[in-house]
Design a protein around this ligand. Structure first.
Ligand code: ATP
Ligand code: MG
Length: 288
């Protein structure tokens, strides 16, 4: 494997390739999803039952293009189930699902299966990092590339310049330049989580779903992750489910919207300040 120039210095990355602010927005294929109304995800009256038990009951949610939305709520509130529905893991094929789940104006996610939804631009990160431990960090990024799903082939194929650029930018973005040529298995938990987020970014998602990404992280790793996610603002829409309130505060700032789920529907929605002062939220979640 010969990749001596894989990680160009920042100054070597041409402005036109990196985008003016170092984002890689021009790589995104936004055309597939109709975002003309500024809406990325629209969930209306969603109900999901498993053998008669309603895990989601009348859920409504609206995520704007480029928004970073935090979702909090007690155990069993239906947060993971909601992500399962958005990504097609749970759908009319394997559960009792009612309501509407739309990506942009036109894509009915309840009609698509999991691979189709991944293909169309929804990336999901589960709690446990799933990286290729025996491969170098950069090889993990290369395998995650969108263009060639047959990754055995892509690993041996020579990388074109734009692919190298994208890998280099993504490695920089997630702060793993120094680890690029190390085995992924040697990374810390926090670094592995950032690696996996970087691998998702290689697929240039329109919508990224992160389920408790800060779990098991040190305080320092948690804040590094918050910085990373904040830096992605505007690149894609992001939904973060999290229990760590400091992390949520770091992501939502003063005016970001936080959604509180409880018993399968939205209990409250508003800025961090509004949520914290909502008696319903204090009673069902924060006060406990
Ligand atoms: N496949 C399934 N079959 C039966 N019940 C399920 C299934 N998936 C989820 N549930 C139930 O649905 C409810 C919501 O679960 P879910 O995992 O979505 O909650 P959560 O908000 O993610 O909780 P946590 O904060 O603990 O991760 C729970 O009562 C759970 O037991
Ligand atoms: Mg969960």
């Amino acid at each position: 494997m010969n990749l001596p120039n894989l990680i160009p210095k920042k100054s070597q990355l041409s402005e036109s390739r990196t985008g003016s602010k170092g984002s890689f927005g021009h790589f995104l294929e936004k055309g597939k999803i109709d975002l003309s109304h500024g809406e990325m995800l629209y969930i209306e009256d969603l109900e999901v039952s498993f053998d008669g038990f309603k895990a989601i009951r009348g859920l409504n949610l609206d995520i704007r293009v480029g928004e970073l939305r935090c979702i909090i709520g007690p155990n069993g509130a239906g947060k993971t189930t909601m992500m399962d529905v958005i990504t097609g893991k749970t759908g009319p094929r394997n559960a009792d699902v009612k309501g509407r789940v739309f990506l942009g104006q036109t894509i009915d996610l309840l009609k698509l299966n999991e691979p189709q939804i991944a293909q169309i631009g929804i990336g999901r990160k589960f709690q446990k990092p799933t990286v290729f431990e025996n491969l170098k960090v950069w090889e993990n990024f290369e395998l995650a590339r969108k263009t060639d799903k047959s990754w055995y082939l892509s690993l041996n194929a020579s990388l074109d310049e734009s692919a190298k650029d994208l890998i280099a930018q993504t490695i920089q973005k997630v702060g793993l330049e120094e680890q690029a040529f190390e085995d992924a298995g040697l990374l810390s938990h926090g670094q592995k989580q950032r690696l996996e987020i970087g691998m998702l970014l290689m697929q240039q998602p329109e919508l990224l779903l992160l389920d408790e990404p800060a779990a098991g992280m040190t305080d320092e790793e948690t804040m590094q992750l918050a910085d990373l996610l904040n830096s992605l603002r505007g690149t894609c829409s992001i939904i973060v489910v999290e229990h760590d309130m400091e992390f949520v505060a770091a992501l939502s700032g003063n005016d970001g919207i936080v959604t509180v789920l409880a018993e399968g529907s939205v209990l409250s929605e508003g800025t961090m300040q509004q949520i914290k002062n909502d008696p319903k939220v204090i009673e069902s979640y924060l006060g406990r």
